[in-house]
Design a protein around this ligand. Sequence first.
Ligand code: HEM
Length: 293
Amino acid sequence: MQTTQSGILAEETKLARYMAFTIDSETDVVSALTALATQVDLSNTVVGLGESLVNLIGKSVPGLSTLSAQTGQGIEIPSTPSALWCWLRGTDRGELFHRSRQIESMLVPAFALSDITDSFQYDENRDLSGYVDGTENPAGDEAIQAAIIQGQGSGLDGGSFVAVQQWLHDFDILDAMQTNERDDAIGRHIKDNEEFDEAPETAHVKRAAQESFEPEAFMLRRSMPWAEDMEGGLVFVAFGKSFDAFNAVLNRMLGNEDAISDALFKFTRPISGAYFWCPPVKDNKLDLSVLGL
Ligand code: HEM
Protein backbone atom coordinates (compact mmCIF):
# COMPACT_ATOMS: atom_id res chain seq x y z
CA MET A 1 0.00 0.00 0.00
CA GLN A 2 1.31 3.42 -0.99
CA THR A 3 1.78 5.51 2.15
CA THR A 4 4.35 8.03 0.90
CA GLN A 5 3.61 10.96 -1.39
CA SER A 6 5.00 9.46 -4.60
CA GLY A 7 6.90 12.52 -5.84
CA ILE A 8 9.29 12.34 -2.87
CA LEU A 9 10.90 9.10 -4.02
CA ALA A 10 10.42 9.56 -7.79
CA GLU A 11 12.98 11.00 -10.21
CA GLU A 12 12.82 14.73 -10.89
CA THR A 13 10.46 15.75 -13.68
CA LYS A 14 11.48 18.10 -16.49
CA LEU A 15 9.60 21.02 -14.93
CA ALA A 16 8.21 21.99 -11.55
CA ARG A 17 6.36 24.80 -9.84
CA TYR A 18 6.65 25.51 -6.11
CA MET A 19 3.82 27.34 -4.34
CA ALA A 20 4.00 28.70 -0.78
CA PHE A 21 0.96 29.91 1.14
CA THR A 22 0.35 31.93 4.28
CA ILE A 23 -2.79 31.84 6.40
CA ASP A 24 -5.30 34.55 5.50
CA SER A 25 -8.55 33.53 7.16
CA GLU A 26 -8.16 31.29 10.21
CA THR A 27 -11.79 30.20 10.35
CA ASP A 28 -11.66 28.57 6.89
CA VAL A 29 -8.36 26.78 7.34
CA VAL A 30 -9.68 23.33 8.29
CA SER A 31 -12.17 23.13 5.42
CA ALA A 32 -9.59 24.33 2.87
CA LEU A 33 -6.99 21.87 4.12
CA THR A 34 -9.52 19.04 4.03
CA ALA A 35 -10.45 19.98 0.46
CA LEU A 36 -6.78 19.95 -0.54
CA ALA A 37 -6.18 16.62 1.22
CA THR A 38 -9.00 14.90 -0.65
CA GLN A 39 -8.79 16.62 -4.04
CA VAL A 40 -5.12 17.20 -4.82
CA ASP A 41 -3.64 14.74 -7.32
CA LEU A 42 -0.88 13.09 -5.29
CA SER A 43 0.52 11.37 -8.37
CA ASN A 44 2.04 14.68 -9.49
CA THR A 45 1.97 17.02 -6.47
CA VAL A 46 3.76 16.89 -3.11
CA VAL A 47 2.25 18.81 -0.18
CA GLY A 48 4.02 20.04 2.97
CA LEU A 49 2.56 21.69 6.08
CA GLY A 50 4.46 24.29 8.07
CA GLU A 51 4.58 24.45 11.86
CA SER A 52 2.39 27.60 11.97
CA LEU A 53 -0.47 25.69 10.32
CA VAL A 54 -0.15 22.67 12.60
CA ASN A 55 -0.09 25.02 15.62
CA LEU A 56 -3.21 26.82 14.43
CA ILE A 57 -5.08 23.51 14.27
CA GLY A 58 -4.01 23.00 17.88
CA LYS A 59 -1.97 19.84 17.25
CA SER A 60 1.67 18.92 16.96
CA VAL A 61 3.70 16.69 14.68
CA PRO A 62 6.72 15.17 16.47
CA GLY A 63 9.88 16.40 14.75
CA LEU A 64 8.30 19.35 12.93
CA SER A 65 9.98 22.66 13.69
CA THR A 66 10.69 26.00 12.05
CA LEU A 67 14.04 26.67 10.37
CA SER A 68 16.12 29.16 12.39
CA ALA A 69 17.80 32.09 10.71
CA GLN A 70 21.55 31.57 11.11
CA THR A 71 24.79 33.34 10.39
CA GLY A 72 28.29 32.25 9.52
CA GLN A 73 31.38 34.25 8.57
CA GLY A 74 29.80 36.87 6.32
CA ILE A 75 27.01 34.42 5.52
CA GLU A 76 23.31 34.84 6.29
CA ILE A 77 20.83 31.97 6.22
CA PRO A 78 17.31 33.42 6.13
CA SER A 79 14.22 31.83 7.61
CA THR A 80 11.03 32.52 5.64
CA PRO A 81 8.46 30.07 7.03
CA SER A 82 5.11 29.47 5.36
CA ALA A 83 1.99 27.61 6.36
CA LEU A 84 1.76 25.36 3.33
CA TRP A 85 4.01 24.29 0.45
CA CYS A 86 3.06 22.53 -2.77
CA TRP A 87 5.57 21.08 -5.21
CA LEU A 88 3.88 20.61 -8.56
CA ARG A 89 5.83 18.18 -10.74
CA GLY A 90 5.27 17.94 -14.49
CA THR A 91 6.44 18.22 -18.04
CA ASP A 92 4.17 20.88 -19.53
CA ARG A 93 4.28 24.48 -18.36
CA GLY A 94 0.68 25.11 -19.40
CA GLU A 95 -0.58 22.12 -17.41
CA LEU A 96 1.44 23.25 -14.37
CA PHE A 97 -0.06 26.72 -14.67
CA HIS A 98 -3.62 25.38 -14.74
CA ARG A 99 -2.92 22.95 -11.91
CA SER A 100 -1.52 25.76 -9.76
CA ARG A 101 -4.71 27.77 -10.35
CA GLN A 102 -6.82 24.76 -9.29
CA ILE A 103 -4.78 24.33 -6.13
CA GLU A 104 -5.05 28.00 -5.29
CA SER A 105 -8.82 27.88 -5.76
CA MET A 106 -9.07 24.93 -3.32
CA LEU A 107 -7.22 26.99 -0.72
CA VAL A 108 -8.66 30.51 -0.88
CA PRO A 109 -9.81 32.40 1.15
CA ALA A 110 -8.16 30.47 4.00
CA PHE A 111 -4.70 30.62 2.45
CA ALA A 112 -3.02 33.34 0.41
CA LEU A 113 -0.33 32.57 -2.15
CA SER A 114 2.88 34.15 -0.85
CA ASP A 115 5.45 32.81 -3.28
CA ILE A 116 5.62 30.97 -6.55
CA THR A 117 8.79 29.70 -8.24
CA ASP A 118 9.10 27.84 -11.52
CA SER A 119 11.96 25.45 -12.01
CA PHE A 120 13.31 23.16 -14.68
CA GLN A 121 15.90 20.51 -15.34
CA TYR A 122 19.16 21.75 -16.87
CA ASP A 123 20.79 19.06 -19.02
CA GLU A 124 20.75 15.93 -16.84
CA ASN A 125 20.34 17.14 -13.26
CA ARG A 126 22.85 19.97 -13.44
CA ASP A 127 22.81 22.99 -11.23
CA LEU A 128 23.12 26.25 -13.22
CA SER A 129 26.78 26.37 -12.11
CA GLY A 130 27.18 23.44 -14.52
CA TYR A 131 27.80 20.73 -11.89
CA VAL A 132 25.71 17.56 -11.74
CA ASP A 133 23.62 17.69 -8.56
CA GLY A 134 22.33 14.61 -6.77
CA THR A 135 25.09 12.11 -7.63
CA GLU A 136 25.54 10.94 -4.02
CA ASN A 137 21.81 10.75 -3.30
CA PRO A 138 20.79 7.54 -1.55
CA ALA A 139 18.72 5.29 -3.84
CA GLY A 140 16.19 2.49 -3.42
CA ASP A 141 15.88 1.22 0.14
CA GLU A 142 18.57 3.66 1.31
CA ALA A 143 16.46 6.57 0.04
CA ILE A 144 13.52 5.26 2.07
CA GLN A 145 15.72 4.86 5.16
CA ALA A 146 16.99 8.44 4.78
CA ALA A 147 13.80 10.23 3.88
CA ILE A 148 10.73 8.40 5.15
CA ILE A 149 9.38 8.35 8.72
CA GLN A 150 8.99 4.77 9.97
CA GLY A 151 8.13 3.08 13.23
CA GLN A 152 6.22 6.03 14.72
CA GLY A 153 2.71 4.76 14.14
CA SER A 154 -0.11 5.36 11.72
CA GLY A 155 -0.64 8.95 10.61
CA LEU A 156 3.12 9.52 10.80
CA ASP A 157 4.72 6.49 9.07
CA GLY A 158 5.22 7.08 5.35
CA GLY A 159 5.50 10.83 5.89
CA SER A 160 8.63 12.92 5.50
CA PHE A 161 10.16 16.27 6.41
CA VAL A 162 11.47 18.67 3.79
CA ALA A 163 13.85 21.62 3.91
CA VAL A 164 13.37 24.09 1.05
CA GLN A 165 15.70 26.97 0.25
CA GLN A 166 15.85 29.19 -2.82
CA TRP A 167 19.49 29.97 -3.65
CA LEU A 168 20.55 32.93 -5.80
CA HIS A 169 23.80 32.49 -7.76
CA ASP A 170 26.12 35.37 -8.66
CA PHE A 171 26.97 34.44 -12.23
CA ASP A 172 29.47 37.30 -12.63
CA ILE A 173 31.53 35.82 -9.81
CA LEU A 174 31.16 32.33 -11.24
CA ASP A 175 32.21 33.53 -14.72
CA ALA A 176 35.31 35.14 -13.24
CA MET A 177 36.39 31.89 -11.54
CA GLN A 178 38.79 29.60 -13.45
CA THR A 179 37.59 26.02 -14.01
CA ASN A 180 40.01 24.71 -11.36
CA GLU A 181 38.68 27.24 -8.82
CA ARG A 182 35.12 26.14 -9.50
CA ASP A 183 36.09 22.48 -9.33
CA ASP A 184 37.81 23.21 -6.00
CA ALA A 185 34.66 24.92 -4.69
CA ILE A 186 32.52 21.88 -5.45
CA GLY A 187 35.13 19.13 -5.02
CA ARG A 188 34.33 17.49 -8.34
CA HIS A 189 35.69 17.90 -11.87
CA ILE A 190 33.08 19.49 -14.12
CA LYS A 191 34.38 17.65 -17.20
CA ASP A 192 33.52 14.16 -15.94
CA ASN A 193 31.82 14.68 -12.52
CA GLU A 194 34.65 12.69 -10.87
CA GLU A 195 35.24 13.39 -7.20
CA PHE A 196 38.70 14.71 -6.21
CA ASP A 197 41.07 12.27 -4.52
CA GLU A 198 41.99 15.07 -2.13
CA ALA A 199 39.41 17.87 -2.18
CA PRO A 200 40.19 21.13 -0.31
CA GLU A 201 38.62 21.35 3.17
CA THR A 202 36.38 24.15 1.86
CA ALA A 203 34.98 22.03 -1.01
CA HIS A 204 31.23 21.56 -0.86
CA VAL A 205 31.38 17.76 -1.14
CA LYS A 206 33.94 17.68 1.67
CA ARG A 207 31.74 19.85 3.91
CA ALA A 208 28.64 17.84 3.03
CA ALA A 209 30.09 14.29 2.93
CA GLN A 210 27.14 12.41 4.40
CA GLU A 211 29.14 9.47 5.72
CA SER A 212 31.55 11.73 7.63
CA PHE A 213 28.89 12.76 10.17
CA GLU A 214 28.10 10.97 13.39
CA PRO A 215 25.41 9.76 12.99
CA GLU A 216 25.63 9.70 9.18
CA ALA A 217 23.70 12.58 7.61
CA PHE A 218 21.94 11.04 4.64
CA MET A 219 19.19 13.08 2.99
CA LEU A 220 17.30 12.82 -0.29
CA ARG A 221 17.97 15.92 -2.41
CA ARG A 222 15.45 16.79 -5.10
CA SER A 223 16.74 20.24 -6.04
CA MET A 224 16.08 21.93 -9.39
CA PRO A 225 17.37 25.13 -11.02
CA TRP A 226 15.26 28.28 -11.32
CA ALA A 227 15.75 31.31 -13.58
CA GLU A 228 13.75 34.48 -13.97
CA ASP A 229 14.74 37.40 -16.17
CA MET A 230 18.54 37.53 -15.75
CA GLU A 231 18.69 35.93 -12.30
CA GLY A 232 18.87 32.28 -11.39
CA GLY A 233 20.04 29.64 -8.97
CA LEU A 234 18.83 26.48 -7.30
CA VAL A 235 15.67 25.54 -5.44
CA PHE A 236 17.32 23.27 -2.87
CA VAL A 237 14.87 20.62 -1.67
CA ALA A 238 16.00 17.93 0.78
CA PHE A 239 13.74 15.27 2.30
CA GLY A 240 14.61 13.54 5.56
CA LYS A 241 13.04 11.32 8.21
CA SER A 242 13.95 14.29 10.44
CA PHE A 243 15.68 17.64 9.91
CA ASP A 244 18.82 16.37 11.70
CA ALA A 245 20.85 15.54 8.58
CA PHE A 246 20.06 18.86 6.90
CA ASN A 247 20.91 20.77 10.09
CA ALA A 248 24.19 18.91 10.59
CA VAL A 249 25.34 19.53 7.01
CA LEU A 250 24.27 23.19 6.99
CA ASN A 251 26.05 23.72 10.30
CA ARG A 252 29.31 22.40 8.87
CA MET A 253 28.83 24.34 5.60
CA LEU A 254 28.60 27.50 7.75
CA GLY A 255 31.89 26.70 9.44
CA ASN A 256 30.34 26.35 12.88
CA GLU A 257 32.38 23.22 13.63
CA ASP A 258 35.84 24.28 12.51
CA ALA A 259 35.63 27.89 11.24
CA ILE A 260 35.94 26.64 7.65
CA SER A 261 32.98 27.72 5.54
CA ASP A 262 31.78 26.08 2.36
CA ALA A 263 33.30 27.50 -0.84
CA LEU A 264 29.82 27.42 -2.41
CA PHE A 265 29.10 30.66 -0.55
CA LYS A 266 31.64 32.40 -2.82
CA PHE A 267 29.07 32.41 -5.60
CA THR A 268 25.67 31.62 -4.12
CA ARG A 269 23.49 32.37 -1.10
CA PRO A 270 20.05 31.32 0.10
CA ILE A 271 17.32 33.97 -0.18
CA SER A 272 14.58 31.89 1.47
CA GLY A 273 14.31 28.88 3.75
CA ALA A 274 11.54 26.85 5.36
CA TYR A 275 10.69 23.47 6.87
CA PHE A 276 7.57 21.41 6.15
CA TRP A 277 6.03 18.09 7.16
CA CYS A 278 4.82 16.03 4.19
CA PRO A 279 1.98 13.88 5.58
CA PRO A 280 1.61 10.21 4.60
CA VAL A 281 -1.00 8.99 2.13
CA LYS A 282 -4.04 6.83 2.82
CA ASP A 283 -6.49 5.77 0.08
CA ASN A 284 -4.79 8.22 -2.31
CA LYS A 285 -5.53 11.14 0.01
CA LEU A 286 -3.32 13.01 2.44
CA ASP A 287 -3.58 11.32 5.82
CA LEU A 288 -4.12 14.17 8.28
CA SER A 289 -5.30 11.94 11.12
CA VAL A 290 -2.55 13.20 13.50
CA LEU A 291 -4.18 16.61 13.14
CA GLY A 292 -7.55 15.13 14.03
CA LEU A 293 -8.79 15.67 10.43
C1 HEM B 1 23.11 26.37 -4.33
C2 HEM B 1 23.31 25.47 -3.40
C3 HEM B 1 23.91 24.13 -3.64
C4 HEM B 1 24.49 23.62 -4.77
C5 HEM B 1 24.71 24.30 -6.12
C6 HEM B 1 24.89 22.27 -4.45
C7 HEM B 1 25.54 21.44 -5.35
C8 HEM B 1 26.02 20.19 -5.03
C9 HEM B 1 26.81 19.36 -5.91
C10 HEM B 1 27.22 19.74 -7.32
C11 HEM B 1 27.12 18.22 -5.24
C12 HEM B 1 27.99 17.05 -5.74
C13 HEM B 1 27.22 15.97 -6.41
C14 HEM B 1 26.20 15.28 -5.55
O1 HEM B 1 26.52 14.34 -4.81
O2 HEM B 1 25.06 15.71 -5.59
C15 HEM B 1 26.49 18.31 -3.94
C16 HEM B 1 26.53 17.34 -2.97
C17 HEM B 1 25.87 17.42 -1.77
N1 HEM B 1 25.20 18.50 -1.26
FE1 HEM B 1 24.94 20.27 -2.17
N2 HEM B 1 24.56 21.99 -3.16
C18 HEM B 1 23.95 23.10 -2.63
C19 HEM B 1 23.47 23.25 -1.35
C20 HEM B 1 23.43 22.25 -0.41
C21 HEM B 1 22.84 22.36 0.90
C22 HEM B 1 22.17 23.62 1.45
C23 HEM B 1 22.98 21.16 1.50
C24 HEM B 1 22.52 20.71 2.87
C25 HEM B 1 22.41 21.51 3.91
C26 HEM B 1 23.66 20.29 0.57
C27 HEM B 1 23.95 18.97 0.79
C28 HEM B 1 24.67 18.16 -0.06
C29 HEM B 1 24.99 16.77 0.23
C30 HEM B 1 24.57 15.99 1.46
C31 HEM B 1 25.77 16.32 -0.84
C32 HEM B 1 26.38 14.92 -1.02
C33 HEM B 1 27.68 14.87 -0.28
C34 HEM B 1 28.28 13.48 -0.27
O3 HEM B 1 27.85 12.66 0.57
O4 HEM B 1 29.15 13.22 -1.12
N3 HEM B 1 23.92 20.98 -0.58
N4 HEM B 1 25.84 19.52 -3.84
